[in-house]
Design a protein. Structure first.
Length: 356
Protein backbone atom coordinates (compact mmCIF):
# COMPACT_ATOMS: atom_id res chain seq x y z
CA UNK A 1 0.00 0.00 0.00
CA UNK A 2 1.23 3.45 -0.83
CA UNK A 3 1.68 6.15 1.74
CA UNK A 4 -0.81 8.97 1.28
CA UNK A 5 0.28 12.50 2.22
CA UNK A 6 -2.16 14.38 4.47
CA UNK A 7 -4.15 17.23 2.97
CA UNK A 8 -2.42 20.59 2.83
CA UNK A 9 -4.88 22.23 5.21
CA UNK A 10 -4.35 19.47 7.79
CA UNK A 11 -0.56 19.79 7.57
CA UNK A 12 -0.77 23.55 8.04
CA UNK A 13 -3.10 23.10 10.99
CA UNK A 14 -0.69 20.65 12.60
CA UNK A 15 2.29 22.97 12.15
CA UNK A 16 0.28 25.88 13.55
CA UNK A 17 -0.76 23.77 16.55
CA UNK A 18 2.83 22.80 17.32
CA UNK A 19 3.92 26.43 16.89
CA UNK A 20 1.29 27.68 19.34
CA UNK A 21 2.20 24.91 21.80
CA UNK A 22 5.88 25.82 21.58
CA UNK A 23 5.15 29.51 22.14
CA UNK A 24 2.99 28.75 25.20
CA UNK A 25 5.51 26.33 26.70
CA UNK A 26 8.39 28.73 26.02
CA UNK A 27 6.53 31.67 27.54
CA UNK A 28 5.62 29.63 30.62
CA UNK A 29 9.24 28.50 31.05
CA UNK A 30 10.48 32.08 30.64
CA UNK A 31 8.01 33.42 33.22
CA UNK A 32 8.87 30.66 35.69
CA UNK A 33 12.61 31.21 35.23
CA UNK A 34 12.24 34.98 35.53
CA UNK A 35 10.22 34.60 38.71
CA UNK A 36 12.87 32.30 40.20
CA UNK A 37 15.70 34.66 39.26
CA UNK A 38 13.87 37.68 40.67
CA UNK A 39 13.20 35.82 43.91
CA UNK A 40 16.93 35.12 44.29
CA UNK A 41 18.01 38.62 43.27
CA UNK A 42 15.31 40.41 45.32
CA UNK A 43 17.63 41.37 48.23
CA UNK A 44 20.23 42.73 45.81
CA UNK A 45 17.61 44.72 43.89
CA UNK A 46 16.25 46.25 47.10
CA UNK A 47 19.81 47.11 48.14
CA UNK A 48 20.34 48.89 44.81
CA UNK A 49 17.16 50.91 45.42
CA UNK A 50 18.45 51.94 48.84
CA UNK A 51 21.84 52.82 47.32
CA UNK A 52 20.16 55.04 44.74
CA UNK A 53 18.16 56.78 47.47
CA UNK A 54 21.20 57.45 49.67
CA UNK A 55 23.64 58.35 46.88
CA UNK A 56 23.04 62.14 47.15
CA UNK A 57 23.69 62.01 50.90
CA UNK A 58 26.99 60.18 50.44
CA UNK A 59 28.01 62.63 47.71
CA UNK A 60 27.13 65.53 50.04
CA UNK A 61 29.45 64.07 52.69
CA UNK A 62 32.25 63.79 50.12
CA UNK A 63 31.79 67.41 49.04
CA UNK A 64 32.08 68.53 52.67
CA UNK A 65 35.44 66.91 53.25
CA UNK A 66 34.66 63.33 54.28
CA UNK A 67 36.88 60.63 52.86
CA UNK A 68 35.45 58.02 50.51
CA UNK A 69 35.64 55.31 53.19
CA UNK A 70 34.03 57.46 55.90
CA UNK A 71 31.22 58.67 53.65
CA UNK A 72 30.54 55.10 52.50
CA UNK A 73 30.52 53.84 56.11
CA UNK A 74 28.05 56.52 57.24
CA UNK A 75 25.80 55.85 54.25
CA UNK A 76 25.87 52.08 54.80
CA UNK A 77 25.06 52.37 58.52
CA UNK A 78 22.27 54.89 57.97
CA UNK A 79 19.65 52.25 57.09
CA UNK A 80 20.29 50.01 60.16
CA UNK A 81 20.34 53.14 62.32
CA UNK A 82 16.99 54.29 60.94
CA UNK A 83 15.49 50.84 61.51
CA UNK A 84 16.73 50.83 65.11
CA UNK A 85 15.35 54.34 65.71
CA UNK A 86 12.01 53.33 64.20
CA UNK A 87 11.85 50.21 66.38
CA UNK A 88 12.68 52.21 69.52
CA UNK A 89 10.07 54.80 68.57
CA UNK A 90 7.42 52.12 68.19
CA UNK A 91 8.38 50.52 71.52
CA UNK A 92 8.32 53.89 73.27
CA UNK A 93 4.96 54.72 71.71
CA UNK A 94 3.49 51.40 72.85
CA UNK A 95 4.98 51.83 76.33
CA UNK A 96 3.81 55.45 76.64
CA UNK A 97 0.28 54.51 75.68
CA UNK A 98 0.29 51.18 77.49
CA UNK A 99 -2.73 51.95 79.67
CA UNK A 100 -4.81 53.18 76.75
CA UNK A 101 -3.75 50.20 74.66
CA UNK A 102 -4.75 47.77 77.42
CA UNK A 103 -8.15 49.45 77.71
CA UNK A 104 -8.65 49.26 73.95
CA UNK A 105 -7.79 45.55 73.83
CA UNK A 106 -10.03 44.81 76.78
CA UNK A 107 -12.93 46.70 75.21
CA UNK A 108 -12.35 44.98 71.87
CA UNK A 109 -12.41 41.60 73.61
CA UNK A 110 -15.70 42.48 75.29
CA UNK A 111 -17.20 43.52 71.95
CA UNK A 112 -16.12 40.24 70.35
CA UNK A 113 -17.53 38.33 73.36
CA UNK A 114 -20.87 40.12 73.02
CA UNK A 115 -21.01 39.45 69.28
CA UNK A 116 -20.10 35.74 69.54
CA UNK A 117 -21.84 35.03 72.81
CA UNK A 118 -18.71 33.45 74.27
CA UNK A 119 -15.10 34.24 75.02
CA UNK A 120 -13.05 33.15 71.97
CA UNK A 121 -10.06 32.20 74.11
CA UNK A 122 -12.05 30.04 76.55
CA UNK A 123 -13.96 28.50 73.65
CA UNK A 124 -10.70 27.60 71.95
CA UNK A 125 -9.18 26.13 75.10
CA UNK A 126 -12.32 24.10 75.78
CA UNK A 127 -12.45 22.59 72.31
CA UNK A 128 -10.84 19.22 71.42
CA UNK A 129 -8.62 20.96 68.88
CA UNK A 130 -7.01 23.37 71.33
CA UNK A 131 -3.74 21.45 71.40
CA UNK A 132 -3.52 21.65 67.62
CA UNK A 133 -4.30 25.37 67.78
CA UNK A 134 -1.62 25.94 70.44
CA UNK A 135 0.91 24.04 68.33
CA UNK A 136 -0.07 26.17 65.36
CA UNK A 137 0.46 29.36 67.35
CA UNK A 138 3.82 28.09 68.57
CA UNK A 139 4.85 27.25 65.02
CA UNK A 140 3.81 30.72 63.89
CA UNK A 141 5.88 32.29 66.68
CA UNK A 142 8.92 30.22 65.73
CA UNK A 143 8.45 31.11 62.07
CA UNK A 144 8.21 34.78 63.02
CA UNK A 145 11.42 34.52 65.04
CA UNK A 146 13.17 32.83 62.12
CA UNK A 147 11.97 35.59 59.79
CA UNK A 148 13.25 38.21 62.22
CA UNK A 149 16.68 36.55 62.30
CA UNK A 150 16.72 36.34 58.50
CA UNK A 151 15.75 40.02 58.27
CA UNK A 152 18.55 40.97 60.67
CA UNK A 153 21.08 39.00 58.62
CA UNK A 154 19.71 40.56 55.44
CA UNK A 155 20.13 44.06 56.87
CA UNK A 156 23.73 43.27 57.85
CA UNK A 157 24.55 41.89 54.40
CA UNK A 158 22.84 44.87 52.75
CA UNK A 159 24.92 47.28 54.85
CA UNK A 160 28.09 45.42 53.82
CA UNK A 161 27.14 45.63 50.13
CA UNK A 162 26.13 49.28 50.45
CA UNK A 163 29.54 50.18 51.89
CA UNK A 164 31.37 48.88 48.84
CA UNK A 165 28.79 50.29 46.44
CA UNK A 166 29.33 53.77 47.90
CA UNK A 167 33.11 53.39 48.23
CA UNK A 168 33.98 51.69 44.93
CA UNK A 169 30.92 52.59 42.89
CA UNK A 170 32.52 55.50 40.99
CA UNK A 171 35.51 53.35 40.04
CA UNK A 172 33.16 50.58 38.89
CA UNK A 173 31.18 53.00 36.74
CA UNK A 174 34.41 54.31 35.19
CA UNK A 175 35.49 50.72 34.46
CA UNK A 176 32.16 49.99 32.76
CA UNK A 177 32.43 53.22 30.81
CA UNK A 178 35.76 52.07 29.37
CA UNK A 179 34.59 48.55 28.58
CA UNK A 180 31.11 49.02 27.10
CA UNK A 181 30.88 49.88 23.38
CA UNK A 182 29.28 53.28 24.04
CA UNK A 183 30.55 56.80 23.73
CA UNK A 184 32.54 58.01 26.73
CA UNK A 185 30.31 59.22 29.53
CA UNK A 186 27.10 57.57 28.32
CA UNK A 187 27.34 54.67 30.79
CA UNK A 188 27.56 57.09 33.70
CA UNK A 189 24.65 59.07 32.28
CA UNK A 190 22.51 55.93 32.00
CA UNK A 191 23.26 54.82 35.56
CA UNK A 192 22.71 58.31 36.99
CA UNK A 193 19.36 58.47 35.21
CA UNK A 194 18.37 55.09 36.65
CA UNK A 195 19.27 56.23 40.16
CA UNK A 196 17.28 59.43 39.66
CA UNK A 197 14.17 57.47 38.71
CA UNK A 198 14.58 55.24 41.74
CA UNK A 199 14.71 58.32 43.98
CA UNK A 200 11.64 59.78 42.28
CA UNK A 201 9.79 56.53 42.91
CA UNK A 202 10.67 56.64 46.61
CA UNK A 203 9.46 60.23 46.82
CA UNK A 204 6.21 59.20 45.12
CA UNK A 205 5.78 56.39 47.65
CA UNK A 206 6.28 58.90 50.47
CA UNK A 207 3.61 61.16 48.96
CA UNK A 208 1.09 58.29 48.81
CA UNK A 209 2.00 57.23 52.36
CA UNK A 210 1.46 60.80 53.59
CA UNK A 211 -1.97 60.89 51.94
CA UNK A 212 -2.97 57.60 53.61
CA UNK A 213 -1.72 58.86 56.96
CA UNK A 214 -3.53 62.21 56.78
CA UNK A 215 -6.91 60.77 55.72
CA UNK A 216 -6.91 57.81 58.12
CA UNK A 217 -5.63 59.92 61.03
CA UNK A 218 -8.27 62.59 60.42
CA UNK A 219 -10.89 59.83 60.37
CA UNK A 220 -9.59 58.54 63.70
CA UNK A 221 -9.72 62.06 65.14
CA UNK A 222 -13.28 62.52 63.87
CA UNK A 223 -14.29 59.25 65.58
CA UNK A 224 -12.49 60.38 68.77
CA UNK A 225 -10.23 57.36 68.91
CA UNK A 226 -7.24 57.08 71.25
CA UNK A 227 -3.67 56.28 70.17
CA UNK A 228 -3.72 58.89 67.38
CA UNK A 229 0.08 59.14 67.26
CA UNK A 230 0.47 55.38 67.03
CA UNK A 231 -2.16 55.18 64.29
CA UNK A 232 -0.37 57.85 62.23
CA UNK A 233 3.07 56.26 62.69
CA UNK A 234 1.98 52.71 61.82
CA UNK A 235 -0.06 53.89 58.82
CA UNK A 236 2.84 55.89 57.36
CA UNK A 237 5.51 53.21 57.87
CA UNK A 238 3.29 50.35 56.68
CA UNK A 239 2.48 52.22 53.46
CA UNK A 240 6.04 51.51 52.24
CA UNK A 241 5.33 47.75 52.32
CA UNK A 242 3.17 46.85 49.29
CA UNK A 243 -0.19 45.24 50.09
CA UNK A 244 0.93 43.56 53.34
CA UNK A 245 1.49 46.93 55.00
CA UNK A 246 -2.03 48.05 54.09
CA UNK A 247 -3.52 44.95 55.75
CA UNK A 248 -1.47 45.44 58.91
CA UNK A 249 -2.31 49.14 59.32
CA UNK A 250 -5.99 48.52 58.51
CA UNK A 251 -6.29 45.71 61.06
CA UNK A 252 -4.61 47.83 63.72
CA UNK A 253 -6.80 50.90 63.32
CA UNK A 254 -10.01 48.86 63.08
CA UNK A 255 -9.17 47.00 66.32
CA UNK A 256 -8.52 50.34 68.03
CA UNK A 257 -11.85 51.66 66.76
CA UNK A 258 -13.65 48.49 67.92
CA UNK A 259 -12.22 48.75 71.42
CA UNK A 260 -12.69 52.50 71.79
CA UNK A 261 -16.04 53.08 70.08
CA UNK A 262 -17.70 49.73 69.53
CA UNK A 263 -18.93 48.10 66.34
CA UNK A 264 -20.28 51.35 64.87
CA UNK A 265 -16.89 53.11 65.16
CA UNK A 266 -15.10 50.02 63.81
CA UNK A 267 -17.46 49.90 60.81
CA UNK A 268 -16.91 53.60 60.06
CA UNK A 269 -13.15 53.20 60.44
CA UNK A 270 -13.19 50.21 58.11
CA UNK A 271 -15.06 52.25 55.50
CA UNK A 272 -12.53 55.09 55.81
CA UNK A 273 -9.60 52.67 55.44
CA UNK A 274 -11.13 50.89 52.44
CA UNK A 275 -11.95 54.15 50.66
CA UNK A 276 -8.46 55.52 51.37
CA UNK A 277 -6.44 52.45 50.41
CA UNK A 278 -8.52 51.33 47.44
CA UNK A 279 -10.19 54.38 45.89
CA UNK A 280 -8.11 57.42 46.85
CA UNK A 281 -4.80 55.56 46.68
CA UNK A 282 -5.86 53.78 43.48
CA UNK A 283 -6.42 57.18 41.86
CA UNK A 284 -3.41 58.96 43.38
CA UNK A 285 -0.75 56.25 43.06
CA UNK A 286 -0.74 55.89 39.24
CA UNK A 287 -0.92 59.68 38.86
CA UNK A 288 1.94 60.39 41.27
CA UNK A 289 4.16 57.63 39.92
CA UNK A 290 3.27 58.57 36.35
CA UNK A 291 4.47 62.12 36.97
CA UNK A 292 7.55 60.97 38.86
CA UNK A 293 8.58 58.33 36.31
CA UNK A 294 7.34 59.96 33.07
CA UNK A 295 5.00 57.04 32.36
CA UNK A 296 1.26 56.93 31.70
CA UNK A 297 -0.78 55.91 34.78
CA UNK A 298 -2.22 52.94 32.87
CA UNK A 299 1.31 51.71 32.16
CA UNK A 300 2.17 52.06 35.85
CA UNK A 301 -0.87 49.98 36.78
CA UNK A 302 -0.09 47.32 34.15
CA UNK A 303 3.58 46.85 35.08
CA UNK A 304 2.66 46.73 38.78
CA UNK A 305 0.24 43.86 38.12
CA UNK A 306 2.82 42.01 36.00
CA UNK A 307 5.55 42.58 38.60
CA UNK A 308 3.32 41.22 41.35
CA UNK A 309 2.51 38.13 39.28
CA UNK A 310 6.21 37.46 38.60
CA UNK A 311 7.91 38.32 41.89
CA UNK A 312 5.28 39.01 44.53
CA UNK A 313 5.80 41.98 46.84
CA UNK A 314 9.27 42.74 45.48
CA UNK A 315 7.87 42.78 41.95
CA UNK A 316 5.14 45.21 43.00
CA UNK A 317 7.76 47.43 44.60
CA UNK A 318 10.28 47.43 41.75
CA UNK A 319 8.17 47.05 38.60
CA UNK A 320 7.31 50.77 38.06
CA UNK A 321 10.86 52.17 38.42
CA UNK A 322 12.36 49.30 36.41
CA UNK A 323 9.86 49.95 33.60
CA UNK A 324 10.69 53.67 33.66
CA UNK A 325 14.42 52.91 33.53
CA UNK A 326 13.96 50.49 30.62
CA UNK A 327 11.94 53.04 28.62
CA UNK A 328 14.45 55.82 29.26
CA UNK A 329 17.46 53.64 28.45
CA UNK A 330 15.83 52.56 25.19
CA UNK A 331 15.21 56.18 24.26
CA UNK A 332 18.76 57.22 25.14
CA UNK A 333 20.34 54.36 23.18
CA UNK A 334 17.99 54.88 20.23
CA UNK A 335 18.86 58.59 20.02
CA UNK A 336 22.57 57.92 20.44
CA UNK A 337 24.46 58.74 17.20
CA UNK A 338 26.59 55.93 15.80
CA UNK A 339 30.17 55.90 16.89
CA UNK A 340 32.59 57.50 14.46
CA UNK A 341 34.93 55.03 12.76
CA UNK A 342 38.56 55.27 13.81
CA UNK A 343 40.79 57.46 11.69
CA UNK A 344 42.57 55.67 8.88
CA UNK A 345 46.35 55.35 9.39
CA UNK A 346 48.46 57.54 7.13
CA UNK A 347 50.39 55.71 4.45
CA UNK A 348 53.12 58.34 4.11
CA UNK A 349 55.71 59.37 6.64
CA UNK A 350 55.32 62.79 8.24
CA UNK A 351 57.29 65.62 6.74
CA UNK A 352 60.67 66.22 8.38
CA UNK A 353 61.42 69.90 8.99
CA UNK A 354 64.30 71.27 6.92
CA UNK A 355 64.03 68.73 4.13
CA UNK A 356 62.46 69.10 0.73
Amino acid sequence: MGVHNPPTWLARLGRSGWLVTGVIVGAAAFIAGLGAVLAVLAPLLVTLVVAAALQPFVQWLRRHGASAALAALVGALLVPALLVVLGLLLVRTFAGMGAAWSDVLASAGEEVHAALGADPLNTLLGSPQWRTAVLGVGSAVLSGAALAVQAAIGVFVAAFVLYYLFKDGPAGVAWLDRRLPLRPGLTRQLLDGAALRMRRYIVGTAVVAAMDTVVITLGAVALRLPLIGMIALITFVAAFVPYLGAWVSAAFVVVVALGAGGPAAAAWMLVIVLVTQNILEGVLRPFVFGRALDLHPVVILAVTVVGGALAGLVGVLLAPPVAAIAVWWRQMLHDEPPAEPPAEPRDTLPDVPGKA
